[in-house]
Design a protein around this ligand. Structure first.
Ligand SMILES: Cc1cc2nc3c(=O)[nH]c(=O)nc-3n(C[C@H](O)[C@H](O)[C@H](O)COP(=O)(O)OP(=O)(O)OC[C@H]3O[C@@H](n4cnc5c(N)ncnc54)[C@H](O)[C@@H]3O)c2cc1C
Length: 154
């Protein structure tokens, strides 16, 4: 089988630079992780709650294409999660607190989580939540919720 699954979480004391850090494992974040993982980009998805996002609040999804009889939200989102993991994305339980430039790499970024820091070449905010962009550490964040640049380095 040709599937290349990479599980490369840093060992204690090691620093890992990811190609993509995705904040939020809702439908948007997991869908993005499927694409970036499949493109062989080293991808990590940070999720502060349960992977799946807001859709888990409802009891039945009627309008998702491909499911003429509807589908249970946990079933759908577990499929999203498994597909992202199958392509090598790592889903990590952590809350992103801030995004800033990487002092060790002028072309890179660091996502500062509650538990660890994640150096990366690219940050994708799929959090549906402005908390990340409220930090003074932010140079800029493109919040996918309203599609505008929020925050400028102070
Ligand atoms: C009650 C309800 C019923 C719905 N029913 C339907 C339906 O039937 N059909 C339909 O198409 N849509 C439905 N929706 C809408 C659907 O849920 C949203 O369109 C969808 O969830 C948006 O996905 P998202 O990935 O952009 O954001 P979200 O689903 O909000 O996911 C964002 C994720 O990011 C995480 N996160 C936030 N901040 C951070 C942080 N700082 N660090 C780490 N993680 C973070 C959150 O915990 C969450 O898991 C419903 C919504 C609700 C509330």
């Amino acid at each position: 089988m040709g599937l290349d699954i990479r599980i490369n979480l840093p060992k204690p004391g090691e620093t890992e630079t990811y190609d993509v850090v995705i904040v939020g494992a809702g439908p948007a974040g997991l869908a993005a992780a499927i694409y970036t993982g499949r493109a062989r980009l080293r991808t990590i998805v940070l999720e502060k709650g349960i992977p799946g996002g807001q859709i888990l609040i409802t009891d039945w999804i009627e309008n998702y294409p491909g499911f003429p009889n509807g589908i249970a939200p946990f079933e759908l989102m577990e499929s999203f999660r498994k597909q992202a993991v199958r392509f090598g994305a790592e889903i990590v339980a952590d809350e992103a607190k801030a995004v800033g430039r990487d002092p060790a790499n002028p072309d890179g970024w660091v996502v500062r989580g509650a538990k660890a820091e994640y150096p990366t070449r690219t940050v994708l905010i799929a959090s549906h939540d402005p908390v990340v962009s409220e930090s003074p550490l932010v140079d800029w964040v493109w919040n996918l919720r309203d599609g505008k640049i929020e925050g400028e380095a102070g």
